[in-house]
Design a protein around this ligand. Structure first.
Ligand code: 13P
Ligand code: SF4
Length: 301
């Protein structure tokens, strides 16, 4: 099939099944372009809950599709590639969290949305990269536990008086962006602004101009007065930023900052998802109920 034929068939199947396509900012350009909505992980899950369509093809990684399913259990949520996961989310299991919590009796656990439904179910509150600090501040205790991202925990810790005890997880894509990348780009583009995601290492955060979640980058891209911006996150977001503001030159902080799980989905897997109703995301009711409490507390904050 040619690309044109694949796109035409996807459009046909969407109508036939009353389906809609959501894509994360890190998806390949073709998938971003075929999607009805592109956004960050929480935006997409919240969007899913407001849509009238009954079938959601969620082009992202597993925890994102799970969050969408938890917020709209009556819909069919399809993740086009079964093995599209998040290695950081896999750095802590519910059993490990249960054991770890025993060392800190009575302390509240905040879990980054990049975590499994089971880990969310074992946590008190959920957060995203854009609201981690607000969620930490909302906890009525001076000490909080934070899983799984140590870099996001560190970023929140530098802005609060509370003590944050982090789990030792990280995102390999962001953790592999180093100070040398920032210094090299500063030399190469002395006029440019540098933005980084809070999943980056503390020494990188120290040297960039602004720290934004992917959703915040998208908003800032539309209104920035800079003519060149260096982007310190997964490179595929540049496709989205460039579309939003063609006047600005967006340059990757590290050209090889690629999340291989995000790259597993392509137009053919989207087509297969629609044709074969696969892969359906299911969450046991008891896990959903507990995990949803942590997510809803975050939404209320
Ligand atoms: P956002 O929540 O900003 O979309 O980021 C998700 C993610 O996986 C970052 O690596
Ligand atoms: Fe997970 Fe990192 Fe990929 Fe985001 S970029 S989905 S945190 S591995």
């Amino acid at each position: 099939m040619t690309k044109k034929e694949v796109l035409a068939r996807i459009a046909e199947l969407k109508k036939e099944h009353n389906a809609i396509i959501l894509a994360h900012n890190y998806q390949i350009a073709d998938v971003q372009d075929v999607a009805d909505f592109v956004g960050d992980s929480l935006e997409l899950s919240q969007k899913a809950a407001t849509l009238k369509e009954k079938v959601i093809v969620f082009c992202g990684v597993h925890f994102m599709a799970e969050t969408a399913k938890m917020l709209s259990p009556e819909k069919m949520v399809l993740l086009p590639e079964k093995n599209a996961g998040c290695p950081m989310a896999d750095m802590i299991t519910a059993a490990e969290l249960q054991e770890w919590k025993k060392n800190y009796p009575g302390k509240k656990v905040i879990c980054y949305v990049n975590s499994s439904a089971e880990v969310k179910a074992e946590s008190d509150l959920c957060c995203t990269s854009s609201n981690a600090l607000r969620v930490v501040e909302a906890v009525n205790d001076e000490v909080v536990l934070f899983v799984p991202d140590k870099n996001l925990a560190h970023y929140a810790a530098r802005q609060t008086k509370k003590k944050i005890i982090p789990w030792n997880g990280y995102c390999y894509v962001h953790n592999n962006i180093h100070l040398e990348h920032v210094e090299q780009k500063r030399r190469q583009y002395p006029q440019a602004e540098i933005w980084a995601h809070p999943e980056c290492r503390p020494e990188v955060i120290d040297r960039v101009d602004k720290v934004f979640s992917t959703g915040q980058m998208v908003k800032e891209a539309a209104r920035t007065s800079a003519s060149q911006v260096i982007i310190g996150t997964e490179v595929e977001i540049i496709h989205r930023l460039q579309k939003i503001n063609p006047r600005v030159e967006f340059i990757p902080l590290k050209e090889t900052a690629l999340c291989s799980d995000m790259k597993k989905i392509n137009l053919l897997s989207v087509l297969n998802a629609l044709e074969k109703a696969r892969y359906q995301v299911e969450i046991p009711a008891d896990i959903r109920e507990k995990a949803l409490t942590a997510i809803e507390k975050m939404i209320s904050i």
